[in-house]
Design a binder for this molecule. Sequence first.
Ligand SMILES: Nc1nc2c(ncn2[C@@H]2O[C@H](COP(=O)(O)OP(=O)(O)OP(=O)(O)O)[C@@H](O)[C@H]2O)c(=O)[nH]1
Ligand SMILES: [Mg+2]
Length: 475
Amino acid sequence: MTDERGSRGRLHKLRSGLRRLRREAADKSHWAAERLLDRRICIGITGLSGAGKSTLISSLIYQLSHPDRAQLPGFAPALNGRLLGAELHPALDTGLPMFEYERCLDALTANPPRWPESTRELSAMELHVHLQGRRLGRSYRQTVILELRDYPGEWLMDLPLLRLSFAEWCRHQGSLLEAQPRANLAPELIARLNALRPAGPADPRELDLLWQDYRQFLRDCRGQLKLSYLQPGRALLDGDEYGVLPLPQLGHMTAAELEALPEGSVYKVVERRYQTYVEEKVTPFVESHFRHLDRQLVLVDLISTLFAGESSLDDMRQGFKHIADTFRYGNSGLLRKLWRPRIDRLVFAATKVDQVLAADHDALRQLLGQQLQQAFSGARHRGLPLYCEAIAAVRCSNESSRDGRRLLVGHDMDGRYLGFENAEILPHPPRDGDWQHYSGGLPPQLRPPAGIGREGYMPHIRMDALLNLLLGDKV
Ligand SMILES: Nc1nc2c(ncn2[C@@H]2O[C@H](COP(=O)(O)OP(=O)(O)OP(=O)(O)O)[C@@H](O)[C@H]2O)c(=O)[nH]1
Ligand SMILES: [Mg+2]
């Protein structure tokens, strides 16, 4: 009897031990599965100043962090309840300052609401997106870590410098300066640049004065003419004192002749500045930042560009083309080493489309697509998939009708209620006569909608479609 009881006890112990082992193994495999299923995606977000980066990042974080209030029917994990939420963490490995989400959210949810302040710094963050998954009848938690890096679009415009010698850059800039609309903006400055003799002795004071004026010229190109293909890009931001300016009058001097000029000549002095700028700013940016990106999102304020007129739209296309060339050249030599082309997806998005009627959103997307098609044809052939979208990170307008016509209603920056129509957007780059069509001017700047609040909804347009492009295949 005692023996029987003893062996029953041992059997019981053995069974419960086995159960415990099985439970631990299940836990461990659960943990291992979670680890295995975790994904990290590094997304670079860029756009020229004012393109809408800070607002978009804030909206993206907000939408993913509040699945109960998110309006993301086009993003499958949100629609079928798999999206559990998201938390923000510093991206410690990058050593970069954290994106100021709380400040941006404070502005957007204030009473009255404001736009986030303009930012100039590179920043990064990790968004841990939690999802519920089911496999073989068991549910598990999956965490996708989105590493988001926000950098000024002006830096992107510098990428072409990586493959241009100083002489090539000068000749290229020279051709831009002698064409409209640049030629008319600052004829006096352009004449001074043209008067610089490359072989003459450099006067550092004169070069510095010219640099200050050249920098102002670049800022006016952006501010007044809404041009985007502006180099050196960092000259548009504060803190760049490299003094790089183009010498448009290199004439027919060969590379060997330029090389043989004395060290104190204008050419040699500015060439050294150019090389230092590329070595200290452009190359480290590509090495430390760009090379880590899996995906790149480029935000474009296409509406402002379009309403600013033909030269502005042409200039944007040029900028795209030269950036695309950098991708294309990324398969050889130094650039190949720098790129290790890892970016597997390039997404362009026209922002602030709440400034035009919904009927025009598709035309905006098509127009953006056409702008890109030409520029990126080479990159496409190399298998780099391109996508384009038209979005509003924070929708500030609604549609209404008056006398049978559709119009947009919202509040201007002073809080006044407005109703306005926009010129119909043509789904192709305007041809000569078409420009007249856009002469009515840019739609008004709108204030974020009141009442988003920390507990409310953040209305948007097609952020779910954008999320699908950026993440859909990973979740
Ligand atoms: N109507 C509308 N306007 C927007 C939207 N997003 C941004 N804007 C406007 O665009 C301006 C610039 O937006 P930001 O998000 O600060 O742009 P940014 O690219 O971060 O700009 P910088 O920090 O200066 O480089 C805002 O102040 C708003 O006026 C949007 O979704 N809808
Ligand atoms: Mg910003």
